[in-house]
Write a protein that binds this ligand. Structure first.
Ligand code: AGP
Length: 610
């Protein structure tokens, strides 16, 4: 949450900062701001709303500078106002941007007020600006002031700081929030993620927890948590500019929905290239870590949690191992019974979701060190804290609503289920071959589902005026019902709930009337006849049904029952194919309602706060 970019260069950094903030806007879009060193002065432009509004103001001010920092905010402490927007300035000299939460900000605020500092915002961040300023006033460099200040902070932060008394330096610090340095020719950068600087450089250093850094035009110096100089590895990012741009699409969500055959194909290719369902898929240590696994505990949030719920069916069916799935923010606060032979699987698109990270740390603290992360962002915090890693190959996902990350997570989890099954002798070679073949055909089946878009779009007009919707599914399609409901509420603001279809008569049936559209995911699997009975229960109460079936489910349209058929039933991988129409339904409903599809209100793409 919140995006940071900073630059020191031999050219005007203002366009670099603005472009970087536009690419980071997915991390928060309540307000945006930049501060630059222009001549002898720190000049700042902040605006509530989108980066484009701030950009227009910066252009009007004619800012031109060689050193500057920028920020896009997702509000935590203090409302969405210009005075709470970053950068924050201390004494007109030092400007700072911050991502994270400073837990001891109140105590520090009192202390700094007693020292004569005046606060102009309600943020926890302003404390840090004044605290660094205070240490600077004791003598020493901007870097040493930053290093002294961060030792007095509790909480999570990524920081970038400039000071007019030190016009050749940009300093940065990281604890609990991602921050990287970008290495250019005669210019260097700091950013929350590589997308912000990729048009300038691909050479990056990922700061470690507790690191601070000093950037000049000529180079960067990194220091560890004890302030000792340290050499960190330089990575060359393979993020492509095309993956960060809309191309012919209207929204990133639309683009990402349509990228799924490619994203799934690339992820499957990684499995095939590694020789199929082999422990090596999950890392060098995997054979020994997975060998004696007795049970699986999945931890995740939001859509990633629903991927975990789907995986439970696969893991129990294919590997014969008990599998529990918990919402990370619940798991981390309950007393769990640690089992060193339990595999802890975290699922996260971003790899930086705070609750998932904390749940992982908590599991490890219970003596559970068999940890596997399924993640889409290499070098992010959660995979780095895990012994085993499977990187999905979805490519950058920018729309706040997760789509291709979800379906590629499902592919990874399916591979895990089969691999565990194989290691436990539950699957013979023939069955393993069939399952690999099924994966190989998946991109094609997903493409067929995408071809249903005009039919799904036609349904959206029925949903757009509604206040509520129900999504029903059974078995592996129950989590897809949950995901369909989450997608719809997230981007169209229609209240939607997902239910196991069999649970309907235990409560939610009371909601059903002619105004309640009910979406049913009803492929031709073992539960089809049961789902059909559930549909009758809804129809008898006047509810209008929107059924996603497949070519093999014997369904016919009738009064109040609309049916869209995905192509032939794809067996065990059917939930992946059925994720596509529910994504498209949410997208087209949101379009019809005119909401901001890629940046829905109050949300952000990566949730690095509790
Ligand atoms: C999905 O559309 C959401 N925006 C959200 O639920 C997301 O899946 C959740 O915040 C978890 O994020 P992660 O996968 O990056 O950990």
């Amino acid at each position: 949450m919140c995006g940071i970019v900073g630059a020191i260069a031999n050219r005007d950094v203002v366009p670099l900062l603005v472009e970087g903030l536009k690419r980071l806007e997915y991390r928060g879009y309540d307000s945006a701001g930049i501060a630059v060193l222009s001549g002898e002065a720190v000049r700042r432009v902040r605006r509530t709303g989108r980066v484009a509004e701030m950009e227009a103001a910066a252009l009007a001010e004619g800012l031109d500078a060689r050193l500057g920092i920028g920020h896009t905010r997702w509000a935590t402490h203090g409302g969405v106002t210009e005075s709470n927007a970053h950068p924050h300035i201390s004494h007109g000299e030092l400007a700072l941007v911050h991502n994270g939460i400073i837990e001891n900000h109140e105590a520090q605020r009192q202390r700094l007020e007693a020292l004569g500092y005046e606060f102009t915002s309600q943020t926890d961040t302003e404390v840090v600006a004044h605290l660094i300023h205070h240490h600077r006033a004791q003598g020493g460099s901007l870097l040493s002031a930053l290093q002294a200040a961060v030792k007095e902070l509790h909480g999570a932060y990524a920081l970038a700081v400039i000071d007019k008394r030190d016009p050749t330096t940009l300093v940065a610090a990281r604890m609990g929030c991602p921050l990287l340095l970008g290495l250019g020719e005669g210019e260097n950068f700091v950013a929350s993620d590589v997308s912000a600087i990729v048009s300038a450089t691909r050479r990056v250093i990922f700061l470690e927890e507790g690191d601070t850094a000093e950037l000049t035009i000529d180079g960067v110096h990194v220091f560890d948590a004890d302030d000792a100089p340290v050499a960190r590895e330089v990575h060359v990012s393979d993020v492509s500019l095309a993956s960060l741009e809309l191309g012919p699409y209207r929204h990133f969500m639309q683009k990402e929905i349509h990228e799924q055959p490619r994203a799934i194909g690339d992820t499957v290719e990684g499995i095939v290239d590694a020789g199929g369902f082999d422990a090596g898929l999950f890392g060098k240590e995997a054979a020994s870590v997975l060998a004696d696994v007795e049970s699986v505990q999945i931890l995740a949030c939001g859509t990633s949690y629903y991927a975990g719920l789907t995986a439970r069916y696969w893991i129990e069916a294919l590997a014969g191992i008990p599998c529990a799935v918990d919402i990370a923010s619940e798991y981390r606060y309950r007393k769990v019974v640690g089992n060193p032979k339990q595999l802890i699987v975290t699922i996260s698109q971003s790899g930086e979701t705070l609750d998932t990270m904390e749940a992982l740390k908590y599991a490890k603290a219970q003596g559970q060190d068999k940890t596997l992360s399924i993640c889409n962002v290499p070098e992010s915090a959660i995979p780095r804290a895990s012994r085993l890693v499977f990187l999905t190959r979805a490519g950058a996902e920018i729309g706040v609503a997760s789509t291709k990350a979800f379906t590629t997570q499902l592919v990874a989890l399916f591979a895990l289920a089969v691999t565990l099954g194989k290691l436990r002798g539950q699957l013979d070679e023939a069955r393993e071959g069939e399952l690999l073949e099924a994966l190989r055909h998946l991109p094609g089946s997903v493409q067929h589902a995408l071809n249903l878009e005009p039919q799904v779009a036609a349904w959206a007009s029925s949903f757009a005026p509604r206040q509520h919707a129900l999504f029903l599914g059974r078995g592996t399609h129950y989590p897809i019902a949950l995901e369909g409901a989450l997608k719809l509420k997230e981007i169209s603001y229609i209240h939607a709930e997902g239910y196991p279809a069999g649970e309907l008569k235990h409560g939610p049936l009371a909601l059903v009337d002619t105004q309640m559209p009910v979406v049913v995911i009803a492929p031709n699997d073992a539960l089809l006849e049961k789902v059909k009975s559930n549909i009758q229960e809804v129809r008898a109460r006047g509810g209008e049904m929107f059924v996603f079936a497949d070519a093999d489910s014997s369904f016919s349209e009738s009064e109040g029952v609309h049916v869209i058929r995905t192509p032939r039933h794809v067996g065990i991988l059917s939930p992946i194919v059925h994720a596509i129409p529910v994504q498209m339904l949410a997208y087209h409903t949101a379009l019809a309602r005119g909401t901001d599809v890629d940046k829905p209100r109050n949300l952000a793409k990566s949730v690095t706060v509790e």
